[in-house]
Write a protein that binds this ligand. Structure first.
Ligand code: ADP
Length: 628
């Protein structure tokens, strides 16, 4: 299991503290313990020395016999495991314990005598800790009085015990009084080995204790550290999950301590962030929905001419095959197939000025309006363009231009003709009555044409502006159709064309305006005859269909090109663009408007050189429709 850094740090801190404590304890103990032990030993030896000194003083005063003295000292010292020398005031060893470490003990080393004896002879107790070699004798032998009362004990072995006391020792020297005079001293020495052994045993015990304590502490520290760092680890996990985008996770904020506060702060932060992000997403989706729903195309480029935004309308307008959501692919396709569009955006990026342009894609006019985007610093950060299909507006504008041109043209032709006729008349160039009569006829005809044109224009504009009111009534369509038939049958014969009257014997009542219906029929039949070559057929048919009757005027004439079909009902529309035809181009527009005003439908079906079929509907009178 991988532990967190804080857990490892806490563990390290705890372990190193315990270890440091153990090391310091051992160091201090190792430094202080031998001294303390030695001091303790000295405190122990001094009274013993005083006891021996007491024995000797008793012997000197004759309280105990000198023969009894030696065994008394011997038995005492063997129990105390100390080497004892009794020296006289000259420093000569007069008594010594016989055996130390199974060896005979020599005389008191000079160095001990020299260093300790002077203060002992002053009646003080002297002590020494350390090896004998550490003490530098001031002189090999001090001259002391030879009339020493301890002389009766005789001289001890002249060999020094220095060899035996190579190790560190502790030594005490206690003065022996004879009366008020110091006559000698009892030296007691003990090697430090025993002290050191005691120290070692204690050291081992302490070390063992430390190891046991450490072993016991290890799991405890581990457990405590993991408990201490668990909230942090949990918090870290929550923070990482939040950073990964999941803002639904919550940290534990139940605690009253700083961990609880931290968890609470984290939770507040997360919920605030979640709220902000979801409102941003909502805004973004709303904006995306708005942009995607626009019928206008939106294109945006950054300052390095990289596409950043495109909506589906652009794909539709420019016929892109890539999905608008894939900006990079759309960018590539735009550069590949729509260099002119990209050119407009590049122009704006280079100049920093808005550009408006209308581009043509076949018959579709696309208006592009591109505006530069400026960063708050005023630097150009990109540009955004709106693409709109202005085909109908362009067509409308074209129609308006055509209309003006057509009206001028239509008016000019008769006016020019009239002028050309009137001038010779005025100048008296027309001599005969017959010629004059001919001119009058033409003048009359052109004037009538002019007035027809003007009244057609007036009627159409009234129809289109809705200022004309049409009376609606129920009427039988048959008489009307028969009148039409009777009018056009002889007309067809005159022009070597066949007129077919394909109408049922009985037709129900219809609701509408009979005069206007007749006007429409006349316009359609006039056209049919006009645009059908001699020998062709013109048919007038009526077919009841549900609650209406479909009236069709069909011919086998020149037909209308497919691209012209949507425009035949526009005013001044003429398939013959040179306008040399006789008509005004208003007949169908008026017919369409009449039917539209009456709430009927009008449509055309045609193919060049095959003929045309104009159909309009007549709704049955409501009563008739119910019975039907
Ligand atoms: P016009 O007075 O010029 O006939 P219309 O509005 O009646 O004006 O017709 C408009 C144009 O539609 C005509 O100029 C003609 O080109 C075309 N057109 C109308 N009817 C027919 C038809 N039956 N066959 C072929 N073309 C037709």
């Amino acid at each position: 299991m991988k532990h967190s850094a804080s857990f490892r740090r806490a563990l390290l801190l705890a372990y190193s503290s315990v270890l440091f404590f153990a090391i310091m304890l051992m160091l201090i103990y190792n430094f202080a313990a031998p001294r303390l032990f030695a001091q303790n030993k000295i405190d122990d030896l001094v009274p013993k020395g005083e006891i021996i000194a007491g024995y000797i003083e008793s012997s000197l005063s004759g309280e105990i016999s000198s023969g009894y003295l030696m065994p008394l000292i011997g038995s005492s010292t063997s129990q105390w495991e100390a080497t004892v020398w009794v020296v006289n005031a000259d420093g000569d060893t007069v008594i010594r314990t016989q055996v130390s470490n199974d060896r005979k003990v020599g005389r008191l080393p000079d160095s001990l005598a020299v260093s300790m004896l002077p203060s002992v002879l002053k009646g003080q107790t002297a002590t020494h800790i350390g090896s004998v070699q550490d003490i530098t004798p001031e002189s090999t032998r001090s001259p002391y009085s030879s009339t020493n009362p301890l002389r009766f004990l005789g001289d001890a072995d002249s060999t020094s015990a220095e060899e035996d006391l190579k190790d560190k020792i502790i030594a005490v020297a206690v003065p022996i009084f004879y009366g008020d005079e110091v006559v000698g001293a009892v030296f007691m020495a003990q090697t430090m080995r025993e002290v050191m052994n005691s120290v070692r045993v204690l050291t081992n015990t302490i070390m063992l204790s430390i190891v046991i304590v450490l072993l016991v502490l290890l799991p405890f520290i581990f457990f405590t550290a993991s408990r201490m760092t668990r909230p942090i680890t949990e918090m870290r996990k929550v923070a990482l999950t939040m950073a990964a985008g999941d803002l639904t996770v919550r940290a534990d904020d139940q605690g009253k301590d700083e961990y609880g506060e931290l968890g609470h702060a984290l939770n507040v932060l997360s919920s605030e962030l979640g709220r902000t992000i979801s409102s941003l997403q909502l805004e973004r989706n709303r904006l995306a929905g708005f942009i995607n729903g626009l019928s206008e195309g939106i294109l945006a480029f950054d300052s390095s001419a990289r596409l950043t935004l495109i909506n589906p309308a652009v794909s539709h307008l420019l016929g892109l095959s890539t999905d608008a959501a894939e900006t990079d692919a759309a960018d590539a396709e735009l550069h590949e197939k729509n260099g002119d569009v990209i050119g407009v955006f590049d122009q704006v990026l280079q100049s920093g000025e808005s550009v408006q342009k209308t581009l043509w894609r076949g018959k579709t006019a696309i208006h592009i309006s591109v505006t530069p985007l400026l960063a708050p610093s005023g630097k150009l950060s990109g540009c955004v363009g709106v693409l709109s299909d202005v085909t109908s507006a362009e067509r409308l504008e074209q129609t308006r231009r055509d209309y003006v041109a057509n009206v001028s043209h239509e008016l000019r032709t008769p006016l020019t003709a009239l002028r050309a006729l009137m001038e010779p008349l005025r100048d008296g160039l027309v001599k005969t009555e017959e010629q004059r009569q001919q001119i009058y006829d033409v003048v009359l005809r052109e004037t009538m044409r002019l007035s027809r044109l003007v009244s057609d224009m007036l009627e159409l504009s009234r129809l289109q502006s809705g200022t004309i009111s049409m009376s609606i009534s129920d009427f039988p369509p048959l008489p009307l159709l028969e009148t039409i038939r009777d009018t056009y049958l002889p007309y067809a014969e005159d022009y070597q064309k066949t007129f077919i009257y394909d109408v049922p014997d009985a037709l129900p009542l219809v609701r509408g305006n009979p005069d206007r219906t007749q006007q429409v029929l006349v316009a359609l039949l006039d056209n049919a005859f006009k645009y059908t070559p001699d020998g062709g057929k013109v048919t007038l048919a009526a077919v009841p269909e549900g609650d209406l009757i479909r009236i069709t005027v069909r011919d086998t004439g020149i037909g209308i090109a497919e691209e012209d079909l949507p425009h035949v009902f526009e005013r001044f529309y003429k398939a013959d663009k040179s306008h040399h035809g006789k008509g005004t181009g208003l007949g169908l527009a008026i017919a369409y408007e009449i039917m539209h005003t009456l709430g009927e439908e009008m449509s055309v079906n045609s193919a060049p050189n095959e003929g045309s079929a104009f159909t309009f509907t007549l709704h049955l009178a409501p009563q008739t429709a119910e019975n039907a």
